[in-house]
Design a protein around this ligand. Sequence first.
Ligand SMILES: NC(=O)C1=CN([C@@H]2O[C@H](COP(=O)(O)OP(=O)(O)OC[C@H]3O[C@@H](n4cnc5c(N)ncnc54)[C@H](OP(=O)(O)O)[C@@H]3O)[C@@H](O)[C@H]2O)C=CC1
Ligand SMILES: Nc1nc(=O)c2c([nH]1)NC[C@@H]1CN(c3ccc(C(=O)N[C@@H](CCC(=O)O)C(=O)O)cc3)C=[N+]21
Ligand SMILES: [Mg+2]
Length: 300
Amino acid sequence: MVTEHAMDTEGARIIDGKSIAAAVRGEVAQRVAELVARGIQPGLDVVLVGDDPASQVYVRNKDRAATRAGFRVRTHRLSAVTSQAELEALVDRLNADDEVDGILVQLPLPRGLDSDAVVRRLDPAKDVDGLHPFNVARLWMDRPGLVPCTPAGCIEMLDRSGIEIAGKRAVVLGRSLLVGKPIAALLLARNATVTICHSRTPDPAAVCREAQILVAAVGRPELVRGDWIAPGATVLDVGINRVETADGAGRLVGDVHFEEAHARAGWVTPVPGGVGPMTIAMLLSNTATAAANRRGRTSA
Ligand SMILES: NC(=O)C1=CN([C@@H]2O[C@H](COP(=O)(O)OP(=O)(O)OC[C@H]3O[C@@H](n4cnc5c(N)ncnc54)[C@H](OP(=O)(O)O)[C@@H]3O)[C@@H](O)[C@H]2O)C=CC1
Ligand SMILES: Nc1nc(=O)c2c([nH]1)NC[C@@H]1CN(c3ccc(C(=O)N[C@@H](CCC(=O)O)C(=O)O)cc3)C=[N+]21
Ligand SMILES: [Mg+2]
């Protein structure tokens, strides 16, 4: 196997999402500075309904990163009892506002709200999460569009770590519209042979053991154990799970048991400090792209 040399007694190499994300954010800041020099102030509006814990982590880190990269950022915090009509009215308002380049509606929405209807209502040109059916179709057609941030971040981490995708066997655990499916589409577009596992897959451990690239996006703390991982494989851990600790403080863990993965894999992403920071960097990149596309590249 190509990656065998990477596995030695010291364990897997860590893919440092934090530092790769910092490099991406630096490049985005440059693009933002160019827009600002043309009199364009790119703006990102985030909608958070209720108090999903993973969304709270996202909002906290995203606001600061976006501001530092030169964006105008606004977070609309709505109560968990917001109605569908109120939420859609906000989306309409943001669609119509020319100062808004990117709109991100945090998922999952609280019970009773129809996220599909909300996402369909977004202006696809402002859909920096890449979830509108237009952008989903573009993704599966291998045409450039706004690509979901976490999947785009996973590919960026592989590329910037020099990990080959073409010809590899890839297994994606999870089939959500936000993460699992778009990651599978991007790996497929890059000529990996892709298998998708989900909650009805018999013996997912056996399927995962076939993977040269394994992406875990299930939202199950440390589901993936060492014996799910082929020696030398690349393991990307998308999971963001808050678990209780004895001192009551709680801590963040991924969908992969990090120590066991580290002992077997060739490359592994940590949680925190792995895929999460990349999601934010790619969100900023998408917002800069949306701003450049919307406001015209030739006007200056
Ligand atoms: N790092 C980051 O930037 C981001 C992290 N996340 C995190 O990633 C995780 C996944 O998010 P998301 O995709 O939105 O979650 P969803 O809950 O929408 O999807 C989970 C998927 O995992 C599958 N699944 C659940 N349990 C198992 C199991 N035991 N074995 C196999 N498959 C299983 C489900 O299968 P089925 O379809 O059959 O129900 C489903 O397809 C969460 O921890 C989330 O917080 C999310 C976005 C960004
Ligand atoms: N429409 C939508 N798009 C999303 O992309 C989306 C979403 N809804 N809902 C919630 C999930 C979760 N998510 C995270 C992104 C970054 C971190 C992140 O920054 N993590 C850091 C922070 C760690 C910390 O603060 O302790 C890390 O992993 O190192 C976390 C979680 C995006 N999501
Ligand atoms: Mg995303």
